[in-house]
Design a protein around this ligand. Structure first.
Ligand SMILES: [Zn+2]
Ligand SMILES: [Zn+2]
Length: 93
């Protein structure tokens, strides 16, 4: 049970682009979360194509979705960072 919880936390708190803990987490319309910076950079590259996709599920969005900070994830991430979870996570990856 405990191990499962940790697994879930990793998925919840890590960014699929930089593989680090989410920094300024934002959740896009398909429900996936990224660092504000990572998804912005990803979408900046797609700007010329005029469509924006989720790197995880490849769902495309037009126009570019407005990103709003996921305050819940940010708060949880801050707690995790304080408790040393982030450091442990990095070492294992
Ligand atoms: Zn990231
Ligand atoms: Zn997605």
């Amino acid at each position: 049970m405990e191990q499962q919880a940790v697994q879930l936390d990793r998925e919840t708190f890590s960014c699929p682009i930089c593989l680090d803990l989410l920094k300024d987490p934002v959740t896009i319309p398909c429900g996936h979360s990224y660092c504000m910076n990572c998804i912005n950079t990803h979408w900046d590259e797609q700007d010329k194509k005029g469509m924006y996709s989720c790197p995880q599920c490849r769902k495309t969005f037009t126009p570019r979705p407005v990103l709003e900070k996921n305050t819940m994830l940010a708060a949880l991430g801050a707690i995790e960072r304080r408790s040393g979870f982030g450091r442990k996570f990095k070492e294992e990856v």
